[in-house]
Design a binder for this molecule. Structure first.
Ligand code: ZN
Length: 212
């Protein structure tokens, strides 16, 4: 991925500029289906960006402006994707993965923790996670950016609570041990650009890996 995302606003701005790698673009499009209120913000950015480009005098286009124009021209923003209520996965995710939540070819990585690894796409590692209610994810930090979109259930960590439609953003500055809420399994879509680094007390790490 290119750089880190210090906030949802930065992420949405890069989405509008067409500057996100494909898996991150899909993750944001899926978020916008589940959180229509953020579509207003994205729509406003698109309008502002559009009028800025129209206001540019063509003779004055330097390298930076040409680059910006290329960015805006290359990937038409898809913020107006209509929300569809007929699946667990938002439409953008179903198009990308080719299945919904009931057809994920999960592999159990740890007790109560399943993963589907789609592999490396556009410089990002792409995974889906299924976490048993109440399960803890071993304490870790990140060597790059980690974007996590919750599509079912919810989890909590030191930065807050994330439910369906929420994006959690983590990077080198975040050390966390996410815990799935007890009501139902938590299913999430994660896009990372560097491996996680597991840390924390060895005893706790071991019990978190074994799931008790
Ligand atoms: Zn993390």
């Amino acid at each position: 991925m290119t750089g880190s995302y210090d906030s949802i606003d930065t992420l949405l701005s890069r989405y509008v500029a067409g500057a996100l790698p494909e898996p991150a673009r899909v993750l944001v499009a899926a978020h916008l289906e589940l959180r229509p209120e953020n579509r207003t913000f994205v729509g406003g950015l698109e309008t502002l960006a559009g009028s800025e480009l129209e206001a540019e005098a063509p003779v004055d286009i330097g390298g930076r402006d040409a680059q910006l124009q290329a960015i805006f021209a290359s990937a038409p923003p898809q913020a107006s994707v209509p929300a569809r209520g007929d699946g667990v996965f938002p439409h953008a995710m179903r198009d990308f993965f080719g299945f919904d939540a009931d057809r994920v070819p999960w592999r159990t990585k740890m007790p109560g923790f399943r993963e589907f690894e789609m592999g490396e796409i556009d410089g990002c590692h792409v995974s889906l996670f299924w976490i048993r209610p109440g399960r803890k994810i071993p304490h870790h930090t990140h060597e790059g950016s980690e974007l996590t979109l919750v599509v079912d259930g919810a989890f909590r960590d030191t930065t807050g609570r994330y439910g369906r439609g929420d994006i959690a953003i983590a990077d080198q500055s975040v050390n966390h041990r996410p815990i799935a809420e007890v009501e139902r399994p938590c299913i999430s879509f994660a896009v990372t650009d560097a491996p996680l680094r597991f840390n924390g007390p060895i005893g706790q790490r071991l019990s978190d890996i074994l799931g008790f």
